[in-house]
Design a protein around this ligand. Structure first.
Ligand code: FES
Length: 236
């Protein structure tokens, strides 16, 4: 037990420490320790991406989320070896990065197909047909609807993961979905079949409904958004 550091050492100076919560408790070390870069086979592109992210922050741990995105984009999911490689570049323990990855739903800790479809079923999207949209994506892929609504399900051929998801922060597109990190909406159930066919055919997915095709915030107002002009606010 001499190897362990008292938990008080991890509490910021000046903050009150409740003895009831800390007395007798000890911070557990990571048995894997910090891997050496020479001990992992980290692809150069992954290492360079992580190093560029680290250079943007005064505390290199702040690059944990960009580093995990880089791992996920490299391997399709946050593989144990990918996390070890990122940990070696960042000189943190793999357990530290795993704890970050397991906290956020958008990081995948198991294989999840070549493409991922996240269908928002939170309140704004649900009220505008989010459940029906998830039904349609499951029908288009053959993914199990029950599993898709509770953590995600792979398509029948294993190439596409479909998952119901909490608010993706694009409620004005309701009902919306993300396909391989790009946002689309408002969507009709019929769009699901089209999107999956385009995805499988290597075509651009729903170009007319992609968020990137929309006017950027603060950009020129080319035409009025009907959803805004039709709003009956107190000043209209
Ligand atoms: S409720 Fe669907 S994006 Fe916010």
């Amino acid at each position: 037990m001499d190897d362990f550091t008292p938990i008080e050492d991890f509490v910021s100076p000046g903050l009150p420490v409740d003895p009831a919560n800390t007395t007798g408790r000890e911070a557990l070390g990571d048995p894997q320790g910090v891997p050496e870069l020479s001990d992992v086979d980290c692809p150069d592109a992954l290492r360079e991406t992580i190093e560029a992210s680290m250079a943007r922050y005064p505390d290199h741990k702040s690059a944990s989320i960009p580093a995990l995105w880089a791992v996920q984009r490299t391997y399709g999911w946050c593989t144990p070896e990918g996390i070890r490689q990122a940990a070696a570049v960042m000189q943190v323990t793999p357990a530290y990065l795993e704890s970050v990855a397991s906290f956020y739903d958008l990081f995948r800790l198991q294989p999840s197909g070549e493409s991922q479809v996240l269908v928002c079923t939170n309140i704004s999207c649900w009220m505008r047909g989010g459940d029906e949209l998830l039904d349609a994506f499951c029908a288009a892929t053959g993914a199990d609807r029950g599993e898709a609504g509770h953590g995600g399900a792979l398509s029948a051929d294993g190439s596409v993961m479909v998952s119901g998801f909490e608010c993706l922060g694009a409620c004005d597109l309701a009902p919306m979905a993300s396909v391989n990190e790009r946002y689309f909406g408002p969507l009709e159930p019929a769009d699901a079949k089209t999107a999956i066919e385009q995805l499988r055919g290597g075509e651009e997915v729903l170009p007319d409904k992609a968020l990137t095709a929309r006017r950027l915030p603060g950009g020129d107002e080319e035409s009025s958004d009907e959803r805004v002009t039709s709003t009956k606010g107190p000043n209209r």
